[in-house]
Design a protein around this ligand. Structure first.
Ligand code: ADP
Ligand code: MG
Length: 396
């Protein structure tokens, strides 16, 4: 367990500068934030610190600027959105590595808030450069990491800085993520069912391997299923198959036995287009020239029943090309089955960027026990890997 924000003495907060790594990697269009979910997710930590008289200094990355400043990825629009949400001014640190920035943090009033420019404008960020981390550390008197979504990367603002600036504790969002994902993985109420999908088996091999010994069943959909179909010797038409992983799929099937539940049928089309002719066929009846873009209704019913009988469900990866209706049908069926299971007392956890997006789009996010804010981080956590941004924090 890691030391938490709540463990800090009020005297260690009052009047002190809290350097808080947040995940404000939000979508921006025409200079405005179009989805403030991630900003709102950090508000409990920011408000807690402000209420206790801290001077709050926030750092985050935004997008993938190529090793230098790029106005397209500036934090300025986030400053305006944060001001709106807090109803208070936010000081913008245009260069968080400068002496002026340090002075600005010292001039913040108690409860005042500052936000630094994009950490990825500095090449040292992704290199976990200790010299850059030292500049960041000068912005605070203690460190809080609330950026679960960035915790799987050892970067200067997530890892190196946490080793320099002490105490280094977890924020509320970070705690919540670690608790829900950790409990589901390590102390699941059984039956424990994982639902896995997405495009490529190559990106999910470690996840399948890690979940096999822990779960009672793995329900597998998405394009990934087609690589398994090929391993079974079935015709897969023009479906997305990773030829170089067919052997791996065969080995996994042998190892998993009945625990691995593959779709019994597919919704297929000749073109990936809304309005294209579709057919629902058994998995051994995919004709040449057709591709699987979703699980079929019989599989939906099978998966929904298994989800309904589970007491813990973890989901990563959509069941089909959910971006292009009607191929969102299987993904929505899983989302609805999980929402129903939640209302029956099951613990339901969504990890993974695209699955979380699908659940949010269906308006079902509030009906899950937990929807992770970190796609890649939740994936690595579920794979059983240590997250460097978490490991660098103080032990409780
Ligand atoms: P997550 O972000 O939830 O971990 P992934 O990134 O692994 O999920 O996979 C999501 C992608 O997989 C989506 O873009 C979706 O269109 C694609 N996908 C799912 N099923 C299929 C399929 N049958 N054929 C092609 N692409 C698919
Ligand atoms: Mg994804």
């Amino acid at each position: 367990m890691k030391r938490t924000l709540e463990s800090l003495d009020p005297a260690g907060i009052e009047g002190r500068r809290a350097l808080v790594r947040v995940d404000f990697n939000t979508p921006i269009k025409d200079g405005a934030v179009t989805d403030n979910t991630r900003i709102r997710a950090a508000l409990p930590t920011i408000t807690y610190l402000r209420d206790r008289g801290a001077r709050v200094v926030l750092l985050s990355h935004l997008g993938r600027p190529k090793g230098g400043p790029d106005p397209k990825y500036s934090m300025r629009p986030v400053v305006r959105e944060l001001e709106r949400l807090l109803g208070a001014p936010v000081v913008f640190l245009a260069d968080p590595t400068s002496d002026e920035a340090v002075t600005a943090t010292r001039r913040l009033p108690r409860g005042g808030v500052a936000l630094g420019e994009n950490t990825r404008f500095y090449p040292g960020e992704e290199k976990n450069d200790p010299a850059l981390a030292e500049r960041f550390a000068a912005l605070g008197d203690f460190y809080v990491n609330d950026a679960f979504g960035s915790a799987h990367r050892a970067h200067a603002s997530t890892e190196a800085v946490a080793r320099l600036l002490k105490p280094a504790v977890s924020g509320f969002l970070m705690q919540q993520e670690l608790r829900y994902l950790g409990d589901a993985l390590h102390e699941p109420k059984r039956p424990f069912v994982a639902v896995l999908g997405g495009a490529k088996i190559s990106g999910k091999i470690d996840l399948i391997e890690a979940l096999l010994p822990k779960t009672d069943a793995i329900l597998l959909g998405g394009a990934m299923a087609c690589t398994f179909f090929r391993a079974m010797g079935l015709e897969t038409g023009t479906s997305l198959v990773e030829e170089d992983r067919v052997g791996m799929a065969r080995d996994l099937m042998a190892k998993a036995g009945a625990k691995l539940v593959l779709p019994s049928g597919a919704v297929i089309a000749q073109r990936l287009e809304a309005g294209a002719e579709t057919r629902a066929v058994a998995r051994d009846a995919i004709p040449p020239g057709w591709a699987m873009y979703d699980i079929d209704p019989a599989t939906e019913r099978d998966f929904a029943a298994r989800i309904g009988a589970a007491r813990t469900v973890v989901w990563n990866g959509p069941m089909g090309v959910f971006e292009t209706p009607p191929f969102d049908h299987g993904t929505l069926a899983v989302a609805r089955a999980m929402a129903e299971a939640t209302s029956q007392g099951a613990v339901t956890v969504i990890g993974g960027g695209d699955s979380a997006a699908a659940v949010a789009e269906a308006g079902l996010a509030g009906k899950m026990t937990h929807v992770s804010t970190g796609g890649g981080a939740s994936l690595e956590f579920l794979e059983g890997k240590a997250l460097p941004g978490v490991a660098a924090l103080d032990d409780a």
